[in-house]
Design a protein around this ligand. Structure first.
Ligand code: HAS
Length: 560
């Protein structure tokens, strides 16, 4: 499909800016494993503090890369399937808001004024530029939703009886979840944190801030995941050489995410004393609910891949696994998708363990947790993002992928590194190794009284995995920018592989409209969150003054 130059330019910028920033994000990931394995016994390295690096790592990789990509991929998907381009002014507006927000937050982090990690929990205080920057990044990513809704309504009027393409349903669902969940974090930032950070209010209600953050924070993980799921349902079966087993299964899964993605945030707060057990129990049950669409996805994709393997002549129950195009460089996207899915089997299992109220008390705030989330956000999400960024850039620019064989091998390197890293982290977590801690200063320093020799193997494994992942990611960055620097060999266009459905069930109106789902979504959120907010309002103690990462006394006392 031919698209305008402006459309291409905006998409290229939205893909290339976060990939360039990944150099900083990935470097700080490697540094984490180095500090934690006790290779360094310092509070910082190269004039950057440990927590400053951890904040850069989380914010760049988990917030900036994912948000820019979701917007770029959303534009590409909506345009490709609805055959209409979005309004260019709104595209630019969204883009510039996101860029300005990123620059503000990046300045605050690099200047050492926002070492508050990607969760920015108070009472750790950041510079207002950090909060306002992240708010602008979010507001910029809202803009496309309103234009896509217009495009969708127009398309619907022109095609009233046609089933809405699955990728369009997925994109709209994802950005509706995003819009609703970010309202809470916008309130947290603008009403609680910015005035407190500026000194206009003396204290902040930490529990309320955390509850608002997690209203946003767990839905955020599905905002990361859904673009990958859209690719798995609509592109993967095609590049595997088969068909999507069931189109309806994909729709059901996506609408279930609309219901369950938000009202589960309290499972991050099982240890918060302000929230009552009943609320935790209810949101814990809903957390099991949110695994259902992923189970539907696992079985539907496995059936689609089995079909692809059978078409290639596979025999027996699991013979299809041997017949998939793992190293076919003409279908390099397959490698990125399958590696992500393999990691997600482990990411999903560990997530279900976290969801259990009792097991959570064993693993909460231990190294187990980064073990879990690297096999989700740095698994299917990261691999789908980088694979698709390369694919979109190469096809739209008309430039051939630089070192395509290597591009096909990178995801396998990533999987090997990630499995070693996450095994080390999960094992360490079960032995009590804390997360978000510069272990090299104490527990992994043999000269320190607190030295823990039993954490040496676990952190060494994480370091080994970290090194392999670092090499894989750097090779990807070389390939991505190598492709940008290549000469154009053909007229590029927007061309996304489209999977045909094996069971293309007839249109079920319930799974082709948003209203009933939106109403149910709001009801479930209100039931889950009104009691949680009442608890927080009633049970929170006095507000907290401002703290910075380098001092255990409030900032006011330091300044006196
Ligand atoms: Fe999680 C904490 C529970 C999914 C990310 N999670 C986190 C944090 C992050 C994160 C970043 O209940 C840390 C936040 C922080 O900084 O404190 N998580 C879950 C559950 C799921 C889940 C139940 N998480 C994700 C996803 C993430 C993500 C997705 C990012 C994208 N998580 C928790 C809980 C906590 C938590 C608690 C808080 C813990 C605490 O105490 O702090 C579920 O959605 C998982 C369902 C997944 C599945 C797997 C389906 C498998 C598929 C692959 C199939 C493979 C095929 C290939 C077909 C059921 C689809 C076959 C072919 C071959 C050849 C083999």
């Amino acid at each position: 499909m031919q698209v305008t130059k402006t459309f291409k330019r905006i998409i290229f910028l939205e893909l290339a800016i976060p990939v360039a920033l990944l150099i900083i994000g990935i470097y700080h990931g490697l540094m984490q494993t180095i500090y934690r394995a006790g290779v360094l016994h310092e509070a910082g390295f190269a004039k950057l503090n440990y927590y400053q690096g951890l904040t850069l790592h989380g914010v760049i990789n988990a917030i900036v890369l994912t948000t820019f990509f979701a917007v770029a991929f959303g534009h590409a998907t909506m345009t490709f399937y609805l055959k209409k381009e979005p309004n260019k002014r709104l595209m630019w507006l969204g883009f510039w808001l996101m860029v300005i927000g990123t620059v503000m937050a990046a300045w605050a982090m690099l200047a050492g004024k926002a070492s508050v990690l990607y969760t920015f929990y108070p009472p750790l205080k950041a510079h207002p530029a950090f909060y306002l920057g992240t708010a602008l990044l979010i507001v910029g990513s809202w803009v496309p939703l309103f234009d896509w809704a217009r495009m969708y309504n127009q398309w619907k009027r022109e095609n009233p009886e046609v089933k809405t393409p699955l990728a369009v349903i997925g994109t709209l669902i994802n950005f509706i979840i995003w819009f609703v969940c970010t309202l809470a974090v916008a309130y947290e930032v603008l009403v609680l944190l910015v005035p407190w950070s500026l000194g206009w209010t003396d204290t902040v209600n930490v529990n309320l801030a955390r509850t608002l953050f997690w209203f946003f924070g767990h839905a955020l993980v599905y905002f990361w995941l859904l673009p990958a799921y859209i690719m798995f349902y609509t592109i993967l079966p095609k590049v595997a050489g088969g068909k999507l087993y069931s189109d309806l299964a994909g729709r059901i899964a996506l609408f279930l995410f609309l219901l369950f993605s938000i009202p589960v945030g309290v499972h991050h707060q099982y240890s918060d004393p302000t929230i009552a057990q009943g609320v935790k129990f209810f949101q814990g049950m809903l957390t099991y609910g949110v695994t259902i669409p992923s189970f539907i996805t696992a079985f539907t994709l496995a059936a689609s891949l089995e079909y692809a393997g059978k078409l290639r002549g596979s025999k027996g129950l699991f013979g299809w696994m041997k017949k998939l195009p793992y190293f076919d460089e003409t279908r390099y996207l397959f490698a990125y998708f399958i590696c992500g899915l393999i990691l997600f089997i482990f990411g999903g299992v560990t997530g279900i363990i976290n969801a259990s109220y009792s097991l959570n008390s064993v693993v909460h705030n231990t190294a187990w947790m980064p073990g879990h989330f690297h096999m989700t956000v740095a698994g299917p999400v990261f691999l789908a993002i980088i694979g698709m960024s390369l694919y979109l850039y190469s096809t739209m620019s008309g430039k051939k992928v630089f070192m395509r064989k290597l591009a096909t091998i990178i995801p396998y390197m990533w999987v090997i590194g990630m499995l070693i890293f996450s095994f080390g982290m999960s094992w360490g977590g079960l032995r009590g190794e804390p997360r978000r801690t510069n272990l090299g200063l104490t527990y992994l320093n043999p000269k320190n009284d607190l030295f823990r020799p039993d954490w040496v193997p676990t952190t060494t494994l994480a370091l080994l995995g970290g090194i392999i992942m670092f090499i894989a990611a750097m090779l990807f960055i070389v390939i991505f920018f190598g492709t940008i620097l290549r000469k154009k060999t053909e007229e590029g266009g927007l061309d996304i592989p489209v999977s045909e459905a094996y069971h293309d069930e007839k249109r079920v109106p319930l799974f082709d409209k948003f209203k009933p789902w939106l109403i149910t979504m709001i009801i479930v959120i209100l039931i889950a969150y009104i009691p949680a907010l009442i608890n927080v309002n009633k049970n929170s103690g006095p507000g907290a003054p401002r703290f910075t990462i380098d001092n255990p006394t409030p900032q006011e006392s330091v300044n006196k």
